[in-house]
Design a protein around this ligand. Structure first.
Ligand code: 5BU
Length: 477
C-alpha cells in the first residue's frame, strides 16, 4: 500500500502520482550510492535544481506546494536560495502573492540588504523550500527575515527526507515501486535508511520546527505571581479580574473630553493611556479627578511620556514641573537611547511611589529604528531591572531572538485597529488577533479606533472582546 499524501484542494492524488513519476523521469530523484553533504552515504539522492529546465514540471511542483498552503495565512513568501527560488517565483506569479528574496551573501557594498523586495515589518512570511534534511538552510533564511521584523509563520517543503511530511520520500518510493521503476530491493534499502535517520516533520512545518518549541502561554494570573515589579503584578491581576487586555489612548484635546472618555470607556479597559502635554490645561485637581475615575472603574493610568534624557534630567521631568507625572500616573515609559542611567533616574522617583516603567523595545511607526540589536539591548536592560521595569512597548515580541522573554514582564502594543492598515503619517496598524495571538503581546493599545468612533464605549467593548478572545484562543493553542 502506498502512503498517499492527503489532498485538500485542487491537486488530486493522481496529480501527485504523476508528479512523482515525472521527477523520477528527469532524475530529480535518483537511487544508488550517494554521499550527502553531511558525509552520510545515502541510497537515494534528491536534486530538484534540474526542474528549471522543465517548465511544466516546475508548474506542477508550484501548484502542488500551493495546494498545501491554500488554507494558510501569509502576506509574502520567500524561497530558500537557490533551488526553491524558481518554485517560489512560480507560486508567486501564479497566485499573486508577493515574493521576497534572501541574499546568500550580504554584499558589503551597494544597498547591503539581506532581504530584497518590498515588505513591512510584521508581515507574515511563508518560507518555500524544496527539500528538508536537517532544517539548517531553512533556519538560515528564517533569521534574516525575522531580523527585518517579518513574522515567519510557516514553511512549505516539497520533499522531507526525514519523513512525516505530506510529500514524503516513502510516498515517492511506493509510487515508483508500483510503477516498476524501482526494484523492491532498492526500496527496502531506502526504507531502512529512512528508518535509521528518522525524525518527524510534517509537509507544512511550523517555522518553530528548527528553533526549540515555543513555551506554552501562561495565564495573566500565573504571570502576576512571576512579576517582580509590584505594579506589574497588580496589572496582571487586574486584567484577569476584569477580563480586559485593552488600553485606550486618550488622544483628545481638552481635559473635559479626556475625563468624559475615561468615564465612558473605564468599564472596558485595564489601562488608560494619556499624553498629558496634548491637553489644553493641567492641574493637580484634574489629576485627582482622573485618579478618582481609575478607582471607580478599576483601571491603571499610563502617561505615555517617552522619556529620553540623562538620569539627572528625567528625575526632574518625571517628579516635578507642571505635570508631576509620578504623582498620578501608575505607569510611564522611556527610550533606552541615553543608556541605563535613564532607568536609574526614573526608578529613584517612581519606585518609592509604587510605579512601573515600560521600556520602548519597538515602535509601531514605519521606518522605526527601534529594532534588531537595539531591541536586544532593551530586552537585556529590562531583564536586569525588573524591580522597576514592568515590561515593554513592543510590536512583535514573538519574533524576538528569545521570544517575549521573562513571563513576569508585560508587553503592550500600540498601532491596533480592527483591520490592518495605517495612517498618512507612518502609523501602522495590526489587528487584535495578530497582536495578541501571533505576536504574543499582552495588551492592545487603541487610540483612534475607539476615540473617533461614534460611540467610544461601544467601540471599547468591541476591542475588549477582540483582545480577550485572541488571548483565550492563544491559551488554548
Ligand atoms: P492610534 O490612534 O491608535 O494610532 O494611537 C496610538 C497611540 O499610541 C498614540 O497615543 C501614540 O502616541 C501611541 N504610540 C504609538 O502609536 N506607537 C508607538 O510605537 C508608541 C506609542 Br511607543
Amino acid at each position: 500500500m502506498s502512503t498517499v499524501p492527503p489532498t485538500t484542494g485542487s491537486v488530486s492524488e493522481a496529480d501527485y502520482e504523476a508528479l512523482v513519476l515525472k521527477l523520477h523521469e528527469i532524475q530529480a530523484v535518483k537511487f544508488g550510492e550517494f554521499k550527502l553533504k553531511s558525509g552520510l552515504m545515502s541510497p537515494v539522492y534528491v536534486d530538484l535544481r534540474i526542474i528549471v529546465s522543465y517548465p511544466q514540471i516546475l508548474h506542477r511542483v508550484a501548484e502542488a506546494m500551493w495546494d498545501r498552503v491554500r488554507e494558510t495565512e501569509f502576506d509574502v513568501m520567500c524561497g530558500v536560495p537557490y533551488t526553491a527560488l524558481p518554485i517560489a517565483t512560480c507560486m508567486s506569479a501564479l497566485h499573486g502573492t508577493p515574493m521576497l528574496m534572501r541574499r546568500k551573501e550580504v554584499k558589503d557594498y551597494g544597498t547591503k540588504k539581506a532581504i530584497e523586495g518590498a515588505f513591512t515589518r510584521g508581515q507574515r512570511c511563508l518560507i518555500v523550500e524544496d527539500l528538508v534534511t536537517s532544517g539548517m538552510s531553512v533556519q538560515e533564511t528564517v533569521e534574516p527575515l525575522e531580523k527585518e521584523g517579518l513574522v515567519v509563520s510557516d514553511v512549505v517543503v516539497l520533499i522531507d527526507r526525514e519523513q512525516g511530511g505530506r510529500a514524503r520520500l516513502t510516498y515517492i518510493l511506493d509510487t515508483l515501486v508500483q510503477h516498476s521503476l524501482v526494484t523492491p530491493d532498492v526500496a527496502a534499502k531506502v526504507r531502512q535508511f529512512i528508518a535509521d535517520n528518522q525524525t518527524d516533520k510534517p509537509g507544512v512545518i511550523p517555522a518553530a520546527a528548527a528553533p526549540p518549541p515555543k513555551p506554552k502561554r501562561l495565564r495573566y494570573e500565573e504571570r502576576a505571581a512571576l512579576a517582580k515589579n509590584p505594579l506589574g503584578s497588580k496589572l496582571f491581576e487586574l486584567m484577569a479580574r476584569k477580563k480586559s487586555n485593552l488600553s485606550v489612548a486618550a488622544d483628545v484635546a481638552t481635559v473635559e473630553e479626556m475625563l468624559e472618555l475615561a468615564d465612558k470607556v473605564g468599564p472596558h479597559i485595564c489601562v488608560f493611556k494619556t499624553h498629558v502635554d496634548v491637553f489644553d490645561k493641567w492641574s493637580d485637581e484634574y489629576a485627582a479627578q482622573l485618579r478618582q475615575l481609575a478607582g471607580k472603574h478599576d483601571f491603571m493610568i499610563f502617561e505615555d511620556r517617552k522619556f529620553a534624557d540623562i538620569g539627572n534630567t528625567v528625575v526632574m521631568q518625571y517628579g516635578g514641573g507642571i505635570y508631576k507625572i509620578a504623582d498620578w500616573s501608575d505607569i510611564t515609559n522611556a527610550h533606552l537611547v541615553p543608556g541605563s542611567g535613564i532607568i536609574d533616574g526614573l526608578k529613584q522617583v517612581g519606585l518609592p511611589k509604587g510605579r512601573g516603567l515600560l521600556l520602548l523595545a519597538e515602535m509601531s511607526s514605519k521606518g522605526t529604528l527601534a529594532r534588531g540589536e537595539y531591541t536586544e539591548e532593551v530586552v537585556a536592560a529590562a531583564e536586569a531591572n525588573q524591580d522597576f521595569v514592568m515590561g515593554y512597548i513592543s510590536v512583535s515580541p514573538s519574533s524576538w531572538k528569545n521570544g517575549p522573554g521573562s513571563p513576569g514582564l508585560i508587553h503592550m502594543t500600540p498601532g491596533v485597529q480592527l483591520s490592518a492598515g495605517g495612517d498618512a503619517l507612518g502609523q501602522q496598524y495590526n489587528t487584535p488577533a495578530s497582536v495578541i495571538g501571533e505576536r504574543a503581546s499582552d495588551v492592545i493599545i487603541v487610540g483612534r479606533g475607539v476615540i473617533k468612533a461614534a460611540d467610544p464605549a461601544a467601540a471599547a467593548a468591541e476591542y475588549r472582546l477582540a483582545g480577550w478572545t485572541a488571548y483565550e484562543q492563544s491559551l488554548a493553542a
